[in-house]
Each structure stands twice: as structure tokens, then as C-alpha cells.
Design a protein around this ligand. Structure first.
Ligand SMILES: Cc1cc2nc3c(=O)[nH]c(=O)nc-3n(C[C@H](O)[C@H](O)[C@H](O)COP(=O)(O)OP(=O)(O)OC[C@H]3O[C@@H](n4cnc5c(N)ncnc54)[C@H](O)[C@@H]3O)c2cc1C
Length: 470
């Protein structure tokens, strides 16, 4: 694909649209926009110009200019993505929504909140919690990511077993289309079958079908009671085998998080935290919530009993919010801890049907031995979503690492497909998984996706080169 460069005349026009201070061209100021949380060395690419609009009209004007000049536009939220989606791989215009972070409306009667796409997800969570309301679809990166980025990735998190992922809460969104039109899709409606559900097509489209500028989210009442338990197991296999049993007994936990020994040890070392893990080879962190405290406790104890019956070494019930927060902090920080401890790595995001989750670990052990790399594993086990992380052995040279990593990933993804799974449960395809998508996806499905992209973005300027090539 070839695009026109960002000329001084284009920069001048961008300045006229968003204002002088909202256009960045200096190397040191645009450097931070050239990568996300994937490896900058492997995937990073600098934009030619960064624009920071504050209104939907400004976003639309920038996109129309990009179409006219045939310059690529890459939408960006907080840059916490783990698949390279926000990287401007063809240069061009990087459009960050960071200055579009306003609350538009909290509508109690309809139990909705309308916000701009650049609001930090945690700010949104706190804002509605202060009103006794709950936005349940947020990811573990809640403190940094933006709601627009969550919509674009259809992010999920530690509460997805019970509450589902971001898309379940998106009732409506304002979109600047790839050709620069502005459209509201959906609204404050509990039901809507008036034609194709374009709003849900945008959810998870990784910024390739337009720029989300506002979102209407469904809220629910904040649950009055929540309780957590930590179950320790001798082996990862014992822990993971229990997940379908827990799910099959009729109690719906808020989340079931799995951590193997290397994962929790690395996170504990990073946080300078001590957990009572002793001989444990793996842990399950399980949360139950609801409005009736006695029922929550009974359900948590029933799960604890099941863990003990199936070989748990210890079961600890979180006595207070401080202890519970410490446990969740260990889980939330694993990805960051691995980045610091083993910077050359590949964080994966496979998802399989919950009943097949016990079949994944033996395959990881096999691949680890075959390719000479450690593959620690953690993740949202209650959703069948595991973050296996391929870690480079310090003794392995970089050339061998890249070849082994790619071969290992190809095999891992085929195994995942054969178990009825998909290669990404929440982090998306972006740049990182694009080379592998064709191999594990029906060509008819890929061609349907390409046809949608061509129809929405005839000039192919909206985040080109992501998910698949057109
Ligand atoms: C420590 C850590 C933990 C994480 N935990 C989770 C987790 O539990 N669950 C999970 O799902 N993810 C998780 N992630 C990944 C990441 O935080 C999510 O994908 C998040 O939704 C990205 O939001 P962002 O604002 O940072 O988007 P960015 O990284 O800036 O962008 C992500 C994609 O969305 C597009 N985009 C961004 N904003 C818009 C917009 N307004 N309109 C259109 N397209 C847009 C971009 O083009 C890009 O393709 C984690 C990441 C880290 C670093």
C-alpha cells in the first residue's frame, strides 16, 4: 500500500482544524505515540504527525482531509493495547482521543452513562460507583486504558464470567466513519432490531471501521456484597481441571483467575509482595458477588469445599478488602512484572471452550520442551481465556528466538483452533497476530471481513494494515 506523505501544507491544514497546540510534529513529542504495550523494537513505527482533537467535528474534519489526501489515520486511546492496534504502521496521522474525556450525561432513569471516548476507564468506574452504579465490563488495565479503546478491542476482564465483556454494555456509540461522516449507532434502547447491528460490528473492530467519539453504556446496580477466595494447588493441572467443575455446579462466580507458579512468583517479586504460597504450583483466585451477603458467603464456601475435595492444598477466604485487593493486585500486575523480568517475550491470549481448558496445559508443556522456552501461564480461566507467555531463554540468540517463537505460535494457534478456540479472546489481532489469522480462520470468514472493510473504507485510510491486509 502506498500513501501520500504529510506535507507542511497538510500540517497547516490540521493546525487550522484542531489548533496549533493540538498538532505535534517534534520527534521527542511523537515518540510515545509510535508504540503500544507490545515490543516497540518488533512492532513500533512513528507517525508523521499527531493530532489531539477535542470535538467530534474536529475528528471528522481530520478524517475527511485524510481521505482527500490519501493519508492513513490511526486512532489511539491510552496505548495500553497488547496487539499493536494503535501503532501507525504506515506513518501518517495519529489521532489520539486523549483530550476527549468528558462526561456527557449520567441518566439514572435509563441506567445509562454517556461519555467521550478518551475517558480513563477507572474514572468512569469511580464516577458511576459514587452513584451506587456499576460498569462491569472493564479490563485489568482499568487504571490506564480509555473507554474508546475498550470498545474498539471489546475488552474483557476479571469479572467477565458473570458480567460479560465491554460489548454487553455498549448501547450506543457516536462514530466518525472512515470517510469522515458522523453517525450515532444504537441508543438508550434495551432492544433494537432495526436493520443490521452496526454498533456491535464497530465493537471489537480495532479502529479499522472508524473512530468512536462517544459511548452510551448500560449500568447496573453496584453489588452490595463480594467475597474472594484463593485456592492453592500442587500442580497447574489440578487447578485448571477444577475450572469446568466449578462452572458446572450452577453457581456463577464473578471471575475465576488462574496463575501458575512462575506467574505469581514474578508478580510478587515485582510488587515486593509475599503470599502464603509455600509448595503451591498454581492458584485459583475466585470471586463471588451479589446483593445478599449470606448467599455470597454460602456460594463461596461451596466453591471452597469443591476445591478442597479436588486436592487444593489450602483455601484462604479473603477476610477484608485490603487482603482481597492485595491478591488482585498480584493478578493484575503479572503482565507488567513479566515485561520487567523478561523483556523479550510474547504475551498470548488464546481462548477455548471452558470444558476444553484442561487440554491446554499439556500442550503448553509440550511446546515449551519442543521450542526451548518457558511458557508461564495465567489468565481468565473461567472464560477459557489463558495468557500463555512465551519467554526467551537468556542463552538463546535473538535470531533463534524469533524463528522458534513464530513456529511455536503457529503450532499453539492450530492447537487452539482444534480445541474449538480462537487465537485472541480479548487483546485483538492488530499487527501482532495478523500473520497467523489466515492459517486458523475459514477463508470465507476472512473474505466477509475484507468485504466489510472495503465497503466502509474505500480509500483504506482508517488504521490500515491491522487484522488483515485488504
Ligand atoms: C497490564 C495490562 C493489563 C491488561 N489487561 C487486559 C484485560 O484484562 N482485558 C483486556 O481485554 N485487555 C487488557 N489489556 C489490553 C488493553 O488494555 C486493552 O485492549 C484496552 O482496551 C486498550 O485500550 P486503550 O485505550 O489503551 O487502547 P489503545 O491501545 O490506544 O488502542 C487499542 C485499539 O483500539 C483502537 N482505538 C483506540 N481508541 C479508539 C477510538 N476512540 N475509536 C476507534 N478505535 C480506537 C486503536 O486503533 C487500536 O486498534 C491489558 C493491557 C495491559 C498493559
Amino acid at each position: 500500500m502506498s500513501y501520500a506523505p504529510v506535507t507542511p501544507a497538510v500540517v497547516a491544514e490540521l493546525r487550522a482544524i484542531v489548533g496549533d497546540k493540538s498538532v505535534l510534529v517534534d520527534d521527542e513529542r511523537i515518540e510515545a505515540y509510535g508504540h503500544d504495550e507490545t515490543s516497540a523494537e518488533e512492532y513500533g513505527h512513528l507517525p508523521e504527525v499527531v493530532v489531539l482533537p477535542t470535538t467530534t467535528e474536529q475528528v471528522a474534519a481530520v478524517v475527511r482531509l485524510a481521505n482527500r489526501e490519501r493519508i492513513p489515520v490511526t486512532p489511539r486511546g491510552a496505548g495500553s493495547g497488547l496487539s499493536g492496534g494503535a501503532i501507525p504502521s504506515f506513518g501518517g496521522i495519529l489521532l489520539s482521543v486523549e483530550r476527549m474525556d468528558r462526561l456527557i450525561e449520567l441518566d439514572r432513569a435509563n441506567m445509562t452513562v454517556t461519555v467521550e471516548a478518551g475517558m480513563v476507564t477507572n474514572d468512569l468506574a469511580h464516577l458511576v460507583q459514587a452513584e451506587g452504579l456499576f460498569f462491569a465490563g472493564y479490563p485489568m488495565s482499568v487504571e490506564t486504558c480509555f473507554i474508546g479503546g475498550n470498545v474498539a478491542e471489546n475488552a474483557g476482564g476479571g469479572k467477565a464470567v458473570k458480567y460479560g465483556v465491554t460489548g454487553r454494555y455498549v448501547l450506543g456509540l457516536e462514530l466518525v466513519t472512515p470517510t469522515g461522516d458522523v453517525v450515532w449507532l444504537g441508543g438508550k434502547l434495551a432492544k433494537d432490531v432495526s436493520g443490521y447491528d452496526l454498533k456491535q460490528l464497530v465493537v471489537g473492530s480495532e479502529g479499522t471501521l472508524g473512530i468512536v467519539t462517544q459511548v452510551i453504556l448500560r449500568l447496573i446496580a453496584y453489588p452490595k456484597a463480594a467475597s474472594d477466595l484463593l485456592a492453592l494447588f500442587r500442580t497447574p493441572r489440578e487447578a485448571i481441571d477444577l475450572v469446568p467443575l466449578i462452572m458446572g455446579q450452577g453457581i456463577v462466580p464473578t471471575g475465576i483467575e488462574f496463575m501458575d507458579r512462575l506467574s505469581f512468583q514474578t508478580s510478587c517479586a515485582y510488587l515486593n509482595e509475599t503470599l502464603p504460597y509455600g509448595e503451591a504450583g498454581a492458584m485459583l483466585l475466585i470471586e463471588v458477588d451479589g446483593n445478599d451477603a449470606a448467599r455470597v458467603e454460602a456460594e463461596l464456601f461451596a466453591i471452597g469445599d469443591l476445591c478442597e475435595k479436588h486436592g487444593a492444598l489450602e483455601v484462604y477466604v479473603g477476610e477484608d478488602r485490603t487482603t482481597i485487593e492485595r491478591l488482585w493486585s498480584v493478578r493484575r500486575n503479572i503482565a507488567e512484572a513479566f515485561k520487567v523480568a523478561s523483556p523479550v517475550q510474547s504475551l498470548e491470549d488464546i481462548v477455548v471452550p471452558v470444558a476444553r481448558i484442561p487440554d491446554v496445559l499439556p500442550e503448553l508443556e509440550r511446546l515449551s520442551a519442543a521450542y526451548g522456552m518457558q511458557i508461564p501461564c495465567y489468565g481468565h480461566a473461567g472464560d477459557g481465556n489463558l495468557h500463555a507467555t512465551l519467554v526467551k531463554d537468556p542463552a538463546m540468540d535473538l535470531g533463534t528466538w524469533h524463528a522458534n517463537k513464530d513456529a511455536c505460535l503457529r503450532e499453539l494457534y492450530r492447537v487452539t483452533r482444534d480445541l474449538g478456540g480462537k487465537i485472541s479472546g480479548e487483546h485483538g489481532i492488530g499487527l501482532k497476530r495478523k500473520p497467523f489469522l489466515d492459517d486458523v480462520t475459514n477463508p470465507v470468514e476472512i473474505e466477509l471481513m475484507r468485504a466489510i472493510k472495503r465497503a466502509w473504507d474505500p480509500a483504506n485510510v482508517m488504521n490500515p494494515g491491522k487484522i488483515f491486509d485488504v
